[in-house]
Design a binder for this molecule. Structure first.
Ligand SMILES: Nc1ncnc2c1ncn2[C@@H]1O[C@H](COP(=O)(O)OP(=O)(O)OP(=O)(O)O)[C@@H](O)[C@H]1O
Ligand SMILES: [Mg+2]
Length: 489
């Protein structure tokens, strides 16, 4: 006599609740709903549902708080959070608080059933399991890892899941894909975050120095060792040690690392004393370590010790949906750092960025955006402003050649004040190619700049030349970030 499964859905939108009810009700599943967090909690206590699906934005308290209350009462409760936005921080924090999953609402029509089935299955399997009480502190932290793609959401969930433990984490991914950023996030969200995070690049330090860098040395241990020195393992006690490019760790040192991992013990170079250190290890590599193990360049036992949790960062070209928000994030960053108004990307520029294949991943995108901010001649970044180099793959380069054509013309025209004819030509070409050169803001800035140059920065005369008031000119100067240096150059 199987009892009906019960799913509780809490969401402020009645429409959403109806939709969920339709989707999830079956002859064996009963769906109950509530529009507020407090009512939802009461229903939870009354009905002990097998699964709680709750929106994060609720009143009178948030979905995360509901999650915490529910899990305090029922430590094995399975809770899935949903959100319209799903910021990095929200996803990580929610997973850390013990959410079973976090779903961005835009993906819901496709994966609601999948998540619910997985959650109910886990519920069935977990009946006897005990759960560690979640840490309830929520730190103030800016969203610094950006990404809404499914692949990145997966990464955030993993960060949330592993942060509470001391398990070694191995982060893999191409160069510039964000490995170090993820390592820092794991530390930041861990109970060790009041202790140090130390990063060491194993490939950058010569082999002879790496051992003493990591483990320290005794006075006179080798030529130049004038005094005793503590290594990173000692300095980092209680914290997190990030061994970057672990694939380049010399074999002889690998055994010493293995020992620390096994029993927390090591000794300084040239010393006999056994020291202890409590360090969480995070490693990263862009090598194929399995292959390195196979070729006997990397110890198999160490590999298994380090590879307890694997976070695989997808290359940027496989998460094109992140490109726009990453680019906008970097534009904000440049504007804040330089105290300048934030530039915007034209749709055409976004399309060009999305079609690029990004061999240097997010780092390359950040560089391109920084340089574009310098190149841009208006508040809108156009394709011509994007220094993408030769790295565009053959087939999309073809497609770009025509798309960027008018912009290239604009770039050439930038050398001298444009004539009306030249401006019209740019517009016509753009219209033919159905592209979007955003000519007017660009011209506006060009003319303002040239008027300022022509009058050697005399605002009264420049305003007269342009046929605008001085106040308007001032606003433009500010908006277009026309500095004194630009005026006299
Ligand atoms: N998802 C992201 N959101 C915001 N910034 C990012 C993201 N991923 C990477 N970055 C930024 O891109 C740059 C490169 O990232 P990071 O140094 O973490 O890459 P990496 O994988 O360690 O690269 P390498 O293999 O070359 O060491 C950094 O400035 C980082 O802040
Ligand atoms: Mg790195």
């Amino acid at each position: 006599m199987d009892k009906k499964q019960v799913i509780l859905v809490v969401d402020p939108e009645v429409d959403f609740l109806e939709w969920a009810q339709n989707q999830l009700s079956t002859p064996t599943t009963r769906v109950i709903t509530s529009t507020s967090a407090d009512q939802g909690y009461k229903l939870f206590c009354k009905e002990s549902p097998d699964l709680l699906i709750t929106e994060t934005h609720l009143s009178p308290f948030s979905g995360q708080e509901l999650l915490v209350k529910v899990r305090q009462r029922e430590p094995n409760a399975i809770v899935v959070l949903t959100s319209q936005f799903g910021t990095t921080q929200a996803v990580i924090e929610s997973m850390k608080l013990g959410a079973f999953d976090f779903i961005r609402k835009e993906t819901l029509p496709f994966n609601l059933k999948v998540v619910v089935d997985a959650a109910l299955k886990a519920q069935a399997e977990m009946k006897a399991a005990t759960t560690v009480k979640p840490r309830l502190t929520v730190e103030e932290h800016q969203d610094s890892i950006v990404g809404t793609s499914a692949a990145m959401q997966q990464v955030f969930k993993l960060i949330g899941r592993v942060s509470a433990s001391d398990a070694p984490v191995m982060i893999t991914g191409e160069s510039g894909s964000g490995k170090e950023l993820v390592a820092r996030a794991v530390h930041h969200y861990s109970p060790r975050n009041n202790k140090s995070f130390v990063a060491i690049n194993c490939a950058a330090i010569p082999e002879q120095l790496l051992e003493s860098e990591l483990f320290g040395h005794e006075k006179g241990a080798f030529t130049g060792a004038a005094a005793q020195r503590a290594g990173r393992f000692e300095q980092c006690n209680g914290g997190t040690l990030f061994l970057d490019e672990i694939g380049d760790m010399p074999l002889q040192l690998q055994s010493k690392i293995l020992r620390v991992l096994q029993d927390g013990q090591f000794s300084r170079v040239g010393g006999n004393e056994t020291l202890r250190s409590d360090v969480r290890i995070i490693t990263a590599t862009n090598k194929n370590l399995e292959q390195e193990v196979h070729e006997k360049h990397f110890r198999e036992d160490l590999f298994y010790r380090l590879n307890v949790v694997r976070i695989q960062l997808p290359p940027l070209r496989q998460r094109t949906e992140d490109i726009r928000i990453l680019a906008e994030y970097f534009l904000r960053k440049v504007a804040t750092r330089k105290h300048l108004p934030q530039l915007e990307l034209s749709e055409e520029a976004v399309r060009v960025l999305e079609a690029h294949n990004w061999p240097g991943n997010v780092r390359e995108l950040e560089n391109v955006i920084q340089r574009a901010c310098v190149m841009a001649s208006s508040e809108l970044i156009l394709p011509k402003d994007l220094p993408l180099g030769e790295a565009i793959p053959a087939e999309s380069a073809q497609q770009h050649a025509s798309a960027t054509d008018p912009a290239t013309t604009a770039a050439t025209a930038h050398q001298a004040p444009v004539s009306t004819e030249a401006a019209i030509e740019i517009l016509l070409k753009a219209a033919q190619n159905a592209t979007d050169v955003q000519l007017l803001p660009w011209l506006e800035r060009e003319f303002t700049l040239y008027a300022m140059k022509a009058t050697k920065g005399n605002q009264v005369r420049a305003a007269k030349l342009l046929g605008i008031t001085r106040a308007t000119l001032r606003k433009r100067i500010e908006r277009f970030a026309i500095t004194r240096e630009l005026t006299i150059s």
